[in-house]
Design a binder for this molecule. Structure first.
Ligand code: NAD
Length: 282
């Protein structure tokens, strides 16, 4: 039995609250990293077409001998393929690269409001097709702002199951997270430890000393107690293990509040602002 709690999504499916992210893991290192993560106990892998390592994720899952049904796999649509015909082809490629006949969750990676005439709505309707035909068990979005979510609500029939957004102590992204809570959209917190940048913060190191855990464990536990889904990335097995050991301690409400108060607003982002991000790989 895994200690990792499941979160029930608005479509009735369950996602493990803690997973393993593979952003910036080179294809040549991905199979080994994912194999190690599965050995540690992770059963949820977060990849994307733009990470260029879907093939290796699939390989490692097959080599593990675990049942496909026991592992939750997420991938995301490449920014180059928002037009419906392109999105259909890209999704076929994602499935064939992974070597699976379905993904558990498929996301629009970025809204790109300044590209494609601002039309992420027809892209979303294309993801609805993938869910209807059973090849994406759940569908969601990533980096969507409130305005983008409101537009989907007004113009389409499906509420995204998740919104995967940047969230960590220096950028708590409260308004978008709050919109998700009000509308049944689970928040997935990307760069949950801000790629390591929050780990030296005195507020965090002091709490870590008090509870006898590492700074990374404290920050990940903060996310877990706030109810968000996280998938920290590491290629180091000892860190994968450390990041997985979050369920034998609890933070006090005052610790949670102290960490939340580290928020720096827009200045705290480590990644781009989704309102202006317009990167489309050629
Ligand atoms: P992260 O916050 O998980 O930090 C990862 C880095 O922190 C590692 O490279 C390592 O250097 C360090 N680290 C990991 N564990 C540590 C530990 N225990 N102690 C000390 N240092 C440690 O950052 P991330 O990889 O950017 O985010 C996690 C996942 O989120 C990604 O792999 C990806 O799946 C997802 N993501 C999604 C988007 C998006 O646009 N949807 C953007 C970025 C990341």
């Amino acid at each position: 039995m895994s200690a990792v709690p499941g979160i029930t999504l608005n479509d009735g499916k369950t996602i493990p609250q803690l997973g393993f992210g593979v952003y910036q893991i080179k294809p040549g290192e991905t199979a080994e990293a994912v194999s190690s993560a599965l050995e540690v106990g992770y059963r949820h892998i977060d990849t994307a077409e733009m990470y260029g390592n879907e093939k290796e994720v699939g390989e490692a899952i097959r080599a593990s001998g675990l049942d496909r049904g026991d592992i939750f796999v997420t991938s995301k649509l490449n920014n180059s393929f928002h037009e419906p015909g392109d999105a259909r082809e890209a999704f076929d490629t994602t499935l064939s690269d992974l070597g699976f006949d379905y993904v558990d969750l498929f996301l629009i990676h970025w809204p790109l409001p300044t590209k494609y005439n601002g039309d992420y709505v027809s892209t979303w309707k294309t993801l609805e097709e993938f869910q209807s035909d059973g090849r994406a068990r759940s569908i969601g979005v990533s980096n969507f702002q409130i305005e983008h979510l409101e537009r989907l609500a007004a113009e389409t029939g499906t509420v995204p199951a998740v919104n995967q957004i940047e969230v960590h102590p220096y950028f708590t992204n409260g308004a978008v997270r709050g919109y998700g809570q009000e509308h049944g959209i689970a928040t997935e917190a990307w760069s949950p430890i801000a790629q390591g940048k929050v780990l030296d913060d005195p507020a965090i190191t002091q709490i870590a000393e008090k509870v006898g855990k590492s700074p990374a464990q404290v920050v990940l536990r903060w996310h877990i107690q706030r109810g968000d889904i996280v998938f920290p990335k590491s290629v180091t097995p000892s860190r994968m293990k450390e990041n997985f050991e979050l369920f034998d301690f609890e933070l006090e409400p005052t610790d949670i509040d102290e960490i939340t108060a580290l928020d720096r607003g827009e200045d705290g982002r480590t990644g781009p602002n989704p309102d202006t991000f317009a990167y489309v790989p050629s």
